[in-house]
Design a protein around this ligand. Structure first.
Ligand SMILES: Cc1cc2nc3c(=O)[nH]c(=O)nc-3n(C[C@H](O)[C@H](O)[C@H](O)COP(=O)(O)OP(=O)(O)OC[C@H]3O[C@@H](n4cnc5c(N)ncnc54)[C@H](O)[C@@H]3O)c2cc1C
Length: 345
């Protein structure tokens, strides 16, 4: 049996681990090694909205490929009776901007359902209601897939197909190879790649959000402007956001950020003043100049080990997760693990 090690049990590590374990069932053992697991990964606090957001300069065709595959995956879960267990909901969504350039045709407009550009009169009405000057926007339907349901679902699916989990921190690639035969490493450590690989292109994009109880809210509203807020319903709570502070590693709740979030969201939806606050949370998005999803031949002494990197998903790791996991399998197929891996290098 070949030995595959997946590093990182966030949403990207789990999607890769599940698809590898299912694809190579009976051919390779897949071991997932991670310092943190759900409910302590970056995705756990996110609303799980499907929507490309803060993914650096990653090319449009990659974003479309990975996010389409994830949209289809969420749709299948939703249609096949797993919506409640995995936390998938199909919801109406309005995305707006105050950018003077307006909102050029987004790459995702044909992936979501029924996407329509807002007319000037709709923009005027929303601008008046929200106290903003919107210059463009779209209305459509899309999915939220709550990581608090998705991550345990993926973890169980991985274990049920024979995947093994080891809770450990890995300081460098050499660590993984100590006392272990490894044919392939898949690196999904997100922000952890900053220290583990010394990848200087990785940066933290700090995000503070709040959760409130507002069971009357059934619509996503996103103001994509730099100083914009967002309201995203989940099944039990509504997520109010949010900040995106570059290179900020502070995980503490900041009172000014809380005020920005509550004031901004209440301006968009005044009824939120009657909502009960449930919690506040800070997460560090694993930002990067571009998402890194590629095969590297890593040389350690006399040994060469293939590593597939899959990290740097910024503000849309949930949106891209299943598609990126599928591409990990595609890259892995090029190595032809059923034969001698190293002879292909
Ligand atoms: C406030 C906020 C809201 C968000 N909302 C959304 C949203 O609505 N939709 C969306 O698509 N995205 C959203 N995101 C972004 C999304 O949460 C992330 O892109 C995604 O969770 C990244 O997943 P990941 O698996 O790549 O990394 P992570 O979830 O960070 O997982 C990395 C894993 O690697 C492990 N690890 C790291 N280093 C090491 C090491 N050295 N040794 C062993 N293990 C290691 C960690 O313990 C962890 O398990 C949001 C993020 C934030 C902060």
């Amino acid at each position: 049996m070949k030995q595959i090690v997946v590093l990182g049990a966030g949403v990207n590590g789990l999607c890769a681990a599940v698809q590898l374990a299912e694809h190579y069932y009976g051919v390779a053992n897949v071991t997932l090694i991670s310092e943190q697991v759900t409910p302590d990964t970056t995705g756990d606090g996110s609303a799980g909205l499907w929507g490309p957001y803060y993914c650096g300069k990653t090319s449009d065709h990659k974003i479309v490929k990975w996010s389409t595959a994830t949209h289809v995956f969420f749709h299948q879960l939703w249609k096949n009776g797993l919506a409640a267990r995995v936390g998938v909901s199909l919801q109406p969504c309005t995305r707006l901007t105050t950018d003077p350039q307006g909102y050029p045709d987004p790459v995702w407009k044909d992936i979501v359902f029924g996407c329509e550009k807002l007319s000037q009169s709709e923009l005027d009405r929303l601008s008046y209601e929200h106290g903003r000057r919107y210059t463009g926007g779209y209305h459509f339907a899309t999915f939220t897939c709550e990581p608090s349901g998705l991550l345990p679902y993926l973890f169980n699916r991985f274990v049920n197909v024979g995947g093994k989990f080891v809770r450990a921190r890995v300081d460098n690639v050499e660590n993984i190879l100590e006392n272990r035969k490894v044919d392939l490493i898949v690196n999904c450590t997100g922000l952890g790649s900053l220290n583990m690989l010394g990848d200087k292109e990785v940066l933290s994009i700090r995000g503070q959000v709040a959760r409130v109880c507002a069971p009357w809210v059934f619509e996503i509203i996103l103001d994509d402007s730099d100083d914009g807020n967002y309201v995203i319903p989940n099944s039990e709570t509504v997520i109010l956001g949010g900040t995106h502070q570059m290179n900020d590693f502070n995980r503490n709740i900041n009172k000014d950020d809380s005020k920005f979030i509550f004031d901004g969201c209440e301006r968009m939806l005044p009824s939120l003043r009657n909502a009960t606050k449930v919690s506040e949370w800070v997460g560090l998005r694993p930002g990067r100049s571009t998402v890194r999803l590629e095969l590297e031949r890593y040389v350690i002494g006399e040994q060469t080990v293939p590593i597939i990197h899959n990290y740097g998903h910024g503000g849309c790791g949930v949106t891209l997760c299943w598609g990126c996991g599928s591409e990990v399998v595609e890259l892995c197929q090029r190595l032809d693990l059923t034969k001698s891996t190293r002879s292909k290098l």
